[in-house]
Design a protein. Structure first.
Length: 382
């Protein structure tokens, strides 16, 4: 009976973890799964040692606030692993926590699979040396990552992006718009302010300020906001305060929101890949604390942040970061897609190319096959 511990620390990782757990159970129904995650991993049948909520923040400064919870969670997972000795640990993204967890379990003799690997090509490339010591198998989701890991001496497989199989709307645009009280025949702008509380605090007030500016320039425009699950209502107060506007808030259904939208304004992160898969023209926005940004820029080795642009290898959609992220700038970039159909069409074509570069659907099953191979001791020699 294979036994797998899975650890993830944010909504996107929980989504991937749930899909991986289901794939593991499909391949071997006897697989026992424990770990750190959320509703998706729990619903897939995992026995959660801890819930990730309260651990996930962005920024070096912001991370200090969650250290006590992080250490308590780390100890609980290590204690469980020491008692039960899983056949493999699968860590999903969330590197600041998962590096420590991987090191602790590796010292117990438990092999480590890293699925959805850290973006070492963009941020702190020195982490490759740490990964070479920690990881028995890397499973990467972007095609250009495989060679980077291979050159570092880390066994690696490109499995494709799990969102290709997961990013599916539940209905067509007209039905979704009607459900939310919108007109499917009129323009729709989707707002995705992020999945972590500090992200939303940094983005939503500016997005809310852009709403009336966009409305003044795009006839009949409507807005819909995608909410990540399990977030407090008070975080969304800025959007409810927009004068003369009642914007539907749709929780836990980002793919439905993206499918119904004409243009998307999204926080940088996994949502930019999700938006690219739906081939929706987007404006990428982001803001963290000034100190976090000042420190972080010294470790960044790329000149663009959005994953859609990074996968494309060029800037195909605008990025409004820190001081450049203003209501006026959001308005100008959003309105341009409506005013310039050729620009919108060129962007959609570039996003279709990004989608094609992400591989074929089936990443979760391919990842599960690799994990079970590690469990059975079929690791590549180091």
């Amino acid at each position: 009976m294979p036994s797998v511990m899975i650890a993830c620390g944010e909504p996107s990782g929980d989504l991937y973890a749930g899909a991986l757990a289901r794939a593991l159970r499909t391949l071997d129904p006897a697989t026992r799964i424990t770990g750190l995650g959320g509703d998706h991993l729990r619903d897939a049948g995992a026995d959660l040692v801890a819930d990730y909520r309260g651990l996930s923040v962005t920024g070096l400064v912001e991370a200090l606030r969650v250290l006590p919870k992080a250490w308590a969670t780390h100890r609980a997972l290590v204690d469980r692993a020491r008692r039960e000795r899983p056949d493999a640990l699968v860590v999903i993204d969330f590197p600041d926590f998962n590096f420590r967890l991987a090191g602790s379990l590796r010292r117990l003799g438990i092999p480590v699979v890293y699925y959805v690997c850290p973006q070492v090509w963009a941020w702190r490339p020195g982490r490759l040396k740490v990964l070479e010591r920690l990881v028995d198998q890397a499973l990467v989701i972007f095609p250009f990552e495989a060679e980077i890991y291979r050159r570092a001496g880390i066994p690696v497989e490109f499995v494709g992006h799990p969102l290709l199989e997961l990013a599916r709307p539940s209905a067509d645009r007209v039905a979704l718009a009607a459900e939310w009280g919108l007109d499917g025949g009129a323009p729709i702008v989707a707002l995705l302010p992020g999945s972590r509380p500090n992200e939303i605090r940094g983005t939503l007030a500016t997005l809310a300020a852009a709403v009336p500016l966009i409305a003044a320039r795009v006839p009949r425009v409507q807005f819909v906001l995608a909410r990540a699950p399990n977030l407090p209502d008070e975080l969304f107060a800025p959007i409810r305060a927009v004068a003369g506007s009642r914007i539907p808030e749709v929780q836990g259904r980002a793919d439905d929101v993206l499918s119904a939208a004409d243009v998307v304004v999204t926080a940088s992160g996994t949502a930019t890949v999700q938006t690219a898969i739906h081939e929706r023209p987007m404006v990428i926005v982001y803001r963290v604390s000034p100190l976090t940004y000042w420190i972080g820029r010294r470790f960044v080795s790329v000149d663009t942040f959005g994953m859609a642009n990074l996968v494309a290898g060029r800037r195909i959609v605008p990025e409004l970061i820190q001081a450049a992220f203003t209501p006026e700038a959001v308005t100008a970039e959003t309105v341009r897609y409506f005013d310039d159909p050729a620009h919108a069409a060129t962007t959609r074509a570039a996003l279709a190319d990004v989608r094609a570069r992400l591989g074929e659907p089936g990443a979760s099953r391919r990842a599960a096959e690799q994990v079970l191979a590690v469990c059975r001791g079929r690791r590549r020699p180091r």
